[in-house]
Design a protein around this ligand. Structure first.
Ligand SMILES: [Zn+2]
Length: 204
């Protein structure tokens, strides 16, 4: 029975990976909708990054990748200057946790839906992981200086501390402060903190 359970979970992640824009999904008991997706390809490997919007309008990324098994990771944007070290180092530190460089490469991406991204292009990436399995992912999209990218921040409002709920103007519904994260320039490194949500991510 356990083996069958695992197989079902993997099939659930494959369904999630193939989910079209607009599909209802659930991640860690949070219900949301796929607003857009990036399909990444490198040397025959394909992985998916979905941008998911929850019922409060908060957006976050979930990637589905094939390692020894299929894994889903929930990504939270963090600031490059909060990390000791960078994408060219063998080890970096974030909030006291050490991360080891795992792999790096350059993939081609195709964008679908609403992800504030060109339709296609290239992305350089460097992946780090900690002993506990948390991840830090550096990504550098496209050619330098094309334009800036931004999106709603995740977590709690940096001004009033309320859980992020975004109005149509991109402002906190509690205190009306701006809660769009400036996501950096095309062609500069961005970084996100990832945690494994393999067991809790699926189509609704
Ligand atoms: Zn606020």
């Amino acid at each position: 029975m356990f083996g069958r359970f695992n197989k079902d979970k993997t099939q659930g992640l494959e369904s999630l990976a193939n989910a079209p824009v607009g599909a209802p999904v659930v991640v860690e008991n949070i219900r949301g909708v796929v607003r857009g997706s990036l399909v990444m390809q490198e040397a025959g490997d394909i992985w998916i990054e979905h941008q998911i919007e929850n019922q409060e309008g908060r957006r976050f990324w979930v990637s589905i990748e094939n390692f020894d098994r299929t894994e889903a990771t929930l990504w939270e944007d963090i600031e490059v200057f909060d990390i000791q070290g960078g994408p060219s180092d063998n080890r970096v530190t974030y909030k006291g946790q050490s991360f080891k460089r795992e792999e790096a490469g350059s993939a081609a991406f195709t964008a679908k839906g609403d992800v504030d991204m060109f339709e296609s292009g290239s992305v350089d990436y460097v992946d780090f992981s900690s002993e506990s399995g948390d991840r830090l992912g550096f990504e550098r999209f496209g050619a330098e200086g094309a334009h800036r990218r931004s999106r709603a921040i995740t977590g709690n409002c940096p001004n009033c501390g309320a859980p992020i709920s975004v109005d149509t103007m991109g402002r906190c519904t509690s205190c009306s402060s701006e809660v769009m994260a400036d996501h950096g320039w095309w062609g500069s490194w961005e970084v996100a903190y990832g945690r494994n949500v393999t067991d809790s991510a699926r189509l609704q």
